[in-house]
Ligand binder design. Structure first.
Ligand code: ZN
Length: 457
């Protein structure tokens, strides 16, 4: 089969006809970050509609994993659209660190399909769409409704309808909103019951190449004229996106659930992260690693303080209020270390023990970002005054890491962080870098610390 590609860019919108295959036309609408609106209006692609056959269809993941930050597969046909450029919960996307997956759409009966449209929205590399679309009546004897990757759908009763790739050739400025319309100008795409989307990640230089798919429409040629869809929320999100001082990362602050904190986020938090994210990236390098180039901090009502999953940081609204002149900023510097660490693939476990993950984040926070707060040094240890263990996590481990850095190896934090990122952390590494086991170091640090505390009291 021959796929013809041509590209025409027209001002703010780009009109891209990507694939014609057996009379099928793929039209791509793109609104850049500054043009995108919750209406998903494109020059050459219809806006999403609520009256379409996908709404009542069944969507199932056939291969691949959903990202835990995603709103789930049913976001694709709930008739609702995200109203902002970075709303993980309003979109569906495959898991961080994976290269896409497959999902199947069961329309419940064979329908004559006039058009299939897919919509996506993200400020960075998760905006563009790359997929192959297959369709089937489901009637063939060899039909496999859920072929995993590795199985060519064409070998089990599916027909390739279109191949989509909306990335720009010069590989920059891919962010924004996309609408991909697949149709046959001469009539209908065909009569099918099942659709199979074989989704690729748009890039693999970091873990965040899986597209934020917002909605999928399937237009029945015999259904009455379609109605316009309304954006999901009537209140626009309160987000503020800025670029770090080195120009390499965009950070979005989402205070939709805490509008009273919008000014604080903009005036206090943004300058700290703009300055410190690049510093943290520089502090924790490893071979072949590129730190995320976009992340989001969402302030919301929740239990606890804050946590980071992939490139999404969630922080408690109450915590920020309580700590606005205390730990609020420092805790988000700590979370930004987790964004840079990116141990997601290995999770917490032997390869990235929780005490080291948290100890490293607190080391950066208390010894680099705010040493003047004395949150993990001798002043702090004197206050907590307990039986110190090197693997106590957070501030205590931070103190231990600082001690080993000063006494034995100034690169120990970098080396161990790199090992954790690569899934290669092992307690034996301490011996390799310092000549002592971590237990020996822990004992020496404890004795030394106790002596210093006694001497300084
Ligand atoms: Zn943490």
């Amino acid at each position: 089969m021959k796929i013809n590609m041509s590209m025409v860019a027209t001002g703010l919108f780009s009109l891209v006809v990507l694939a014609t295959h057996a009379g099928i036309t793929v039209a791509v609408g793109h609104n850049g970050n500054d043009e995108a609106t919750p209406q998903f209006t494109f020059k050459n692609v219809p806006s999403p509609t609520a009256s379409n056959a996908a709404v009542a269809a069944k969507f199932v993941i056939v291969d691949g994993q959903q990202d835990p930050n995603s709103g789930g597969i049913d976001r694709l046909h709930d008739g609702k659209l995200p109203v902002g450029e970075d709303q993980p919960e309003e979109n569906f996307f495959f898991n961080a660190g994976t290269s896409g997956g497959r999902f199947q759409v069961d329309l419940d009966r064979i329908i004559s399909i006039k058009r299939i449209t897919s919509y996506s929205w993200h400020p960075g590399e998760r905006g563009p769409q790359m997929y192959k679309l297959y369709a089937s009546e489901g009637a063939s004897e060899v039909f496999n409704a859920a072929p995993k990757r590795g199985t060519n759908p064409e070998s089990c009763g599916w027909k390739l309808i279109a191949e989509v790739n909306t990335k720009s050739k010069d590989d920059h400025d891919n962010g924004g909103q996309y609408g991909v319309s697949i149709s046959d100008p001469d009539g209908v795409i065909g009569s099918f019951r099942y659709l199979l989307f074989d989704i690729d990640a748009t890039e693999s230089s970091d873990n965040f190449g899986n597209t934020f798919f917002s909605e999928i429409n399937v237009i029945d040629a015999n259904a009455p004229a379609v109605a316009e869809i309304e954006p999901a929320q009537t209140t626009p999100p309160e987000t503020f996106t800025f670029t770090t001082v080195d120009g390499k990362c965009r950070i979005t602050l989402d205070t939709t659930a805490a509008p009273e904190l919008k000014d604080w986020a903009k005036q206090k938090l943004a300058p700290v992260l703009a300055k410190w994210y690049p510093k943290i990236v520089a502090m924790l390098p490893s071979k072949g690693f590129t730190a995320p180039t976009h992340y989001t901090v969402i302030v919301k009502p929740m239990a606890g303080v804050a946590y980071t999953q992939g490139t999404t940081v969630k922080v408690s609204k109450k915590w920020i209020h309580d700590q606005i002149n205390g730990e609020a900023l420092g805790s988000l510097v700590h979370e930004s270390v987790h964004v840079v660490q990116q141990f997601g693939k290995y999770g917490y476990g032997d390869r990235a023990p929780v005490w080291m993950v948290e100890g490293t984040a607190d080391y950066v926070r208390w010894f680099k970002y705010e040493p003047q707060s004395h949150g993990a040094d001798l002043v702090y240890l004197r206050k907590v005054g307990k039986d110190f263990r090197y693997d106590d996590s957070y501030r205590i481990t931070a103190n231990f890491l600082n001690w080993v850095t000063e006494k034995y190896d100034k690169n120990i934090v970098v080396e161990l962080n790199a090992a954790m990122r690569q899934g290669k952390y092992d307690d034996d590494l301490w011996k390799k870098y310092t000549g002592k086991t971590v237990q020996e170091l822990g004992e020496k640090w404890k004795k030394d610390t106790e002596a210093r505390l006694a001497g300084n009291s």
